[in-house]
Write a protein that binds this ligand. Structure first.
Ligand code: NAG
Length: 210
């Protein structure tokens, strides 16, 4: 009995934290964002990371912005499909299937600095206007990195993309589509009033698969 109590108490802080994260996540699935926010109040960095990962796992498209060389440095947003893993197995790193970036294409995607922006609005869980701070949104910045067919990561990326976007599988016969990922640098979660929350990539990547 005593040994059991000791064992529990020594392993409890981590377990309790993890259970709290999972519980919050399950609750956030069931409740409207407004109810959830009223209960949670100020979000801790870990909870912000869970929300960020949830937004990325549930969404399957966003706006990928780069600086257009052709237009002399104008920021240009492209609507793109993405996936961070199979449903229930999202790991937070977005993969894309790209041939070129608008407006004119022709410039290098590999290594380009980019920002991916995703809104809660398409998920249908947000009852407010898209720009209302109660409707979560996220912007991730980083560099687009080409995933070669020899890279062991290609298998995961292909399954991730083609499970959520079956149509993409055949696109290589029209144009030279290749898989890229966003090598994450900074993550900003916009939620409620005030400044966006800066989620560290460490907190973000440590959230269990969603
Ligand atoms: C993409 O960039 C990486 C890192 O700079 C480089 O190793 C790789 O060869 C590039 N791939 C292509 C297709 O240019």
């Amino acid at each position: 009995m005593e040994a059991r109590t000791m064992k529990n108490s020594s392993s409890s802080p981590l377990f309790v934290q993890l259970a709290a994260l999972i519980l919050f996540f399950l609750l956030s699935l069931l409740r409207s964002p407004v109810t959830a926010s009223a209960q949670i109040g100020f979000m801790s960095p870990k909870i912000a990371a869970v929300n960020a990962r949830w937004l990325m796992a549930k969404n399957n498209w966003g706006i990928l912005s780069t600086i257009s060389v052709d237009l002399g440095g104008v920021p240009f947003g492209n609507v793109v499909s993405f996936s961070d893993g199979e449903p229930g197995h999202g790991f937070g790193v977005p993969y894309f299937y790209l041939a070129e970036l608008e407006p004119k294409g022709g410039y290098e995607i590999n290594g380009t600095r980019a920002a991916l922006t995703v809104s809660e609005d398409p998920l249908g869980t947000c009852t407010k206007d898209t720009q209302n701070p109660h409707c979560k949104r996220i912007t991730l910045t980083g560099k687009l990195k080409w995933i070669s067919l020899e890279n062991p990561e290609i298998k995961f990326a292909q399954v991730a993309l083609f499970t959520k976007h079956p149509e993409l599988k055949d696109w290589h016969s029209y144009q030279s589509f290749q898989i890229y990922k966003l090598d994450l640098e900074d993550i900003f979660l916009f939620y409620e009033f005030g400044s966006p929350m800066h989620v560290t990539t460490k907190d973000y990547l440590e959230v269990p698969p969603i």
